[in-house]
Design a protein around this ligand. Structure first.
Ligand code: SF4
Ligand code: FES
Length: 338
């Protein structure tokens, strides 16, 4: 007889969920979904070893477990704390957690410039969201902010070190997705900085993914830079037969032009599949892709201000028979939706 799978019951903000032993509190909360999911600026489920750096995911464990119901003495990072059977956790139902998160945001903003109006990440920035949700109106910080000289890391990726919150995600991407590691974090404490060591270009096939994992605007796409604001673009899911990656992407349209290509992101802002540089930087013609449907965007997102629910093929498709053929299925679906 097959052994019964052991599950632990954990209650988060009053909502119980059964999860496998070894699951983190954050991932248990993600299984419930919705507002009770703690924000995560450094944890990334697809990157091994990530998490534990930013403290935005702090929660209160008000009951340790069924066997030992004592509460944990201080707030814990939910991305690095595994569940116990009978554990009770508070996130948004704990004023202490909400207050602590406000403090973490204040710390993250000590050195982060408030240059959202000129930053390419605006509208997709996790720190911007956190700032709106938990930020204070004013900073209490009186000292000079850290500033850095511009470092050139190649013709495709822009590093803007002043905006970096040292989450380490890009370092894990370089370590785990590419076959050579060219950049990392130098120094420690408030001297820490992302560097390419000898300021070499990051030129391997999957390195473009650092752009997608960066939660702020420290690593942005030079091929898209200053071309448009993200809320004026229309995201469409598309795929192609790519020899290096899954070829499943989101195309960001302005009119008939693809302004940028990114990995597809899930509800927690993580990419579903890492994509290669060829798909990201060098494949920006609609006829190189099979279009699927408009990307589903969170209703709270600023990108949704321009969201449309039916597939609205760009004019270039409507005028070109070979493109119509490539997107036959999608066009037929659109007809049905009319
Ligand atoms: S550059 Fe971005 S991804 Fe890399 S450590 Fe800084 S904030 Fe994180
Ligand atoms: S997401 Fe948990 S510490 Fe950063």
């Amino acid at each position: 007889m097959a052994e019964e799978e052991v599950k632990f019951t954990v209650t988060i903000d009053g909502i119980p969920v059964n999860v496998a032993p070894g699951t983190s509190i954050l991932n248990a909360a993600r299984q419930i979904g919705g507002d009770i999911v703690p924000p995560a600026m450094c944890y990334y489920s697809k990157l091994e070893g990530s998490g534990g750096k930013c403290r935005t995911c702090l929660v209160k464990v008000s009951k340790g477990s069924e066997k030992d119901p004592r509460p944990m003495p201080k707030l814990v990072a939910s991305c690095r704390t595994t569940v116990m059977d009978g554990m009770e956790v508070q996130n948004i139902t704990s004023p202490e957690v909400v207050d602590a998160r406000k403090g973490v945001v204040e710390f993250l903003l000590i050195n982060h410039p408030l240059d959202c109006p000129v930053c390419d990440q605006a509208g997709e920035c996790k720190l911007q969201d956190l700032g709106y949700e938990h930020g204070a109106e004013q900073t209490r910080y009186e000292f000079g902010r850290r500033t850095f000289e511009r470092i050139d890391i190649g013709d495709k990726i822009q590093l803007h070190m002043n905006r970096c919150i040292l989450c380490y995600r890009c370092v894990y991407v370089a370590n785990q997705l590419t076959n050579k590691r060219e950049h990392g974090i130098l120094h420690r404490g408030d001297h820490s900085e992302i560097s390419t060591y000898i300021e070499e270009a990051l030129d391997n096939d999957f390195i473009g993914n650092v752009i997608d994992v960066c939660p702020v605007g420290a690593l942005t796409d030079k091929t898209f830079r200053f071309k448009n604001r993200v809320w004026f673009t229309k995201p469409v899911d598309a795929h192609r037969d790519c020899p290096s990656c899954s070829g499943k992407v989101t195309l960001w349209y302005k009119g008939a032009d693809v302004l940028r290509v990114t990995g597809r992101k899930d509800e927690f802002g993580e990419v579903e599949d890492f994509i290669c540089n060829t798909c990201r930087f060098d494949t920006k013609q609609t006829n190189q892709w099979i279009l699927e449907e408009p990307t589903k965007v969170d209703k709270e997102s600023v990108i949704n201000s321009n969201h449309y629910y039916n597939f609205n093929p760009p004019a270039v498709i409507q005028e070109n028979p070979s493109l119509q053929e490539a997107n036959e299925e999608q066009l037929a679906r659109t007809e049905k939706l009319k």
